[in-house]
Design a binder for this molecule. Structure first.
Ligand code: ADP
Ligand code: ZN
Length: 234
C-alpha cells in the first residue's frame, strides 16, 4: 500500500481490535504534531488532545486558566506542570476518550510523564507508543515563522510553502491569524525549552521500549504514511 493517501480501513482496525490506541506525539515546535494528529484521528477514531489548543482557547475566552497560562505562552516558557496535569486529567476523563487518544504537546516534562502514567493506570489504560517526529532546526524555524492558523479548527497554513495564505480557513471558514509566540525570538526560546525540558523524554520513553522515531521532513501526507505504517504494527 504505497499509494498516496492510502488510509487504513477503520473497519479492519476495529476487527483487529486496534482502533483503541493511546499514543503520544513528541517533537519540537513546528515538527507537525498537530497536523499529523489530525490525520491520524481519521484512521484511529480516537480524539486528538492538544494542550496547546486547549490553552489557546482558554486564553481567547479569557478564562481563569487562560489568564494563568498567558504570560508563559507568550514568552515561550512552559506552563506549570500542575495546571497542565489538571487539564489532561479532566480531558481524558471525558466519554470520547475511553477507547484511547492521541496526545499532542503533552507530556513536555518528566514530571508530566510520571503524572500521565498514574492517570493511565487509574483508567486501566496503557501507553501504546510515543512517536518522535524528527525535523531539523532550520526547517522548524522556517515552518513556524511562516505559519498561520485557523482560530476555529486549529489547522495551519504555511506562507513559505504555498506562497500565499487564505483569507479564511478553507476547511471550516474560520478566521486566520498568526500566533503571538510564532515570532522568531520566541520560537528560539521555545526550541531551547524543548531541548532542555522535553527532549529528556526521548531517553525516558526509549528506556521503556515505547519510542519510535520517524522522519518528519517532506509533505504532510508523506509523513502521515510513515507514521501510520509504524502505528499499524503496534
Ligand atoms: P508548539 O508549537 O510549541 O508545539 P503548542 O501549541 O503545543 O506549541 O504549545 C504552545 C504553548 O503552550 C507552549 O509554548 C507552552 O507555553 C504551552 N504548553 C502547551 N503544552 C504544554 C505542556 N504540556 N506543558 C507546559 N506548557 C505547555
Ligand atoms: Zn478552520
Amino acid at each position: 500500500m504505497a499509494e498516496k493517501n492510502a488510509k487504513i480501513d477503520t473497519a479492519d482496525l476495529r476487527q483487529a481490535g486496534r482502533h483503541r490506541i493511546v499514543a503520544i506525539l513528541l517533537g519540537p515546535p513546528g515538527s507537525g504534531k498537530g497536523t499529523q494528529a489530525r490525520e491520524l484521528v481519521e484512521t484511529f477514531e480516537v480524539p486528538h488532545i492538544s494542550t496547546g489548543d486547549i490553552l489557546r482557547s482558554n486564553v481567547a475566552q479569557g478564562s481563569e486558566l487562560g489568564e494563568q497560562a498567558r504570560s508563559y505562552m507568550e514568552s515561550g516558557e512552559l506552563v506549570p506542570d500542575g495546571l497542565i496535569v489538571d487539564i489532561i486529567a479532566d480531558r481524558i476523563g471525558e466519554p470520547d476518550a475511553t477507547a484511547g487518544f492521541l496526545l499532542d504537546g503533552f507530556p513536555r516534562t518528566i514530571a508530566q510523564a510520571v503524572a500521565l502514567e498514574e492517570m493511565l493506570h487509574r483508567r486501566e489504560l496503557a501507553l501504546d507508543a510515543v512517536v518522535l517526529i524528527d525535523v531539523e532546526d532550520d526547517e522548524l524555524l522556517r515552518r513556524i515563522t511562516g505559519r498561520w492558523l485557523c482560530r476555529e479548527c486549529g489547522r495551519d497554513y504555511n506562507a513559505a510553502q504555498s506562497g500565499s495564505v487564505p483569507e479564511q480557513c478553507p476547511a471550516c471558514g474560520g478566521e486566520i491569524y498568526q500566533r503571538e509566540d510564532d515570532r522568531e525570538e520566541t520560537v528560539r526560546n521555545r526550541l531551547e525549552v524543548y531541548r532542555a525540558q522535553t527532549a529528556p523524554l526521548v531517553e525516558y520513553y526509549g528506556g521503556k521500549g515505547l519510542l519510535v522515531k520517524i522522519d518528519g521532513h517532506g509533505e504532510p501526507e508523506e509523513v502521515s504514511r510513515r507514521m501510520i505504517a509504524v502505528l499499524e504494527k503496534i
